[in-house]
Design a protein around this ligand. Sequence first.
Ligand SMILES: [Zn+2]
Ligand SMILES: [Zn+2]
Length: 355
Amino acid sequence: MIYINPEDKKIKDALDKHSKAIYCLVNKKIYGITYDCENKDHNNDSCLTCKQTSKLRTAVKEDIISFLKINLKNIIVNKPIQLKNRQNIFFEHFILGFNDLELDKYLKCKKKKEDDRNFIEKDIFNRYDSIFTQIKNIFNYDVFTDTSKNYSAYNLSSNLDISTCTYCNRLYTRTVINPNKITRPEFDHWYSKSKYPLLALSFHNLIPSCHVCNSSVKGTIDLSLDEHFHPYIDSEKIINDEIKFSYYNKSLDTYGFSMTHSSSKAKNTIDAFKIKEIYKTHEDEIIDLRKIRDTYSESYLQNLSNLYKGVISEEEIYRLAFGVYLEEAKFEKRPLSKMKKDILIELGIIKNGKE
Ligand SMILES: [Zn+2]
Ligand SMILES: [Zn+2]
């Protein structure tokens, strides 16, 4: 997993733009044309989001409107640690007897036909569905992915500018906007949008990731901050120290990855994203790195370094030799950076990060 530093200027700017645009987008859904843009420019003109968003109001109950008047900004910008609580407070306020167990039952019985629901399920459905539907319509993720919008998922991913999948560091996830919106990462909802619809557009709940990690691997696993790393919370030092790639001999010259972890959080994170399983497809990389070690000995980098002394930096030599970045903060820029560094240390080609 890649740590996304919320103190980076680029990330702060992305948060600022996201919060302004989503604030207007949601308010337009609630108030329609009567919403007075809060982010007007110096000519007192409404922001691009307000100018463009359809003027159709969503049917929302008055007391929900009052709640959002006070809480909307926080819902968009809150840190992960506050988000779950925010959703709970909201639903506890609007649904009599709301709790996690019932919520799971609601999500299950929602898939059933009305006639197939038993008495208890009918009761839960009646209490939960109207509120959930209203919140889903207001915090509408599909509108956010609409490429014709002035501010959409493309803008968020471009502003975040994370080059590889946050979860696996295996695939490029760069955004191409010009001349057309061609490609962008998917956004994984750390708190799933089916269970946490209030958080469907919250900045820290939208994790740029590859398709594999977002849909096939993670699916609907319920992640929790106590049991899994979160890319906006757990520092790169923690993530990189507690999760390590290692290799073992399968047969004469074939190798496999093994993963080591030094906390249950690290283990759960590896398991949730099937890191060990999906890295199977990169076992040939180990063969190459072993070849370097066996052919050039452990002083491979030292030899290169002597050759280019004063011409290029040690960092650059590492990048040219292995195609990845040495610095942990730059792991996101190239696929497989984390894995290669761990294996290179294990092979003795680099010493604990610096050589
Ligand atoms: Zn606006
Ligand atoms: Zn991925």
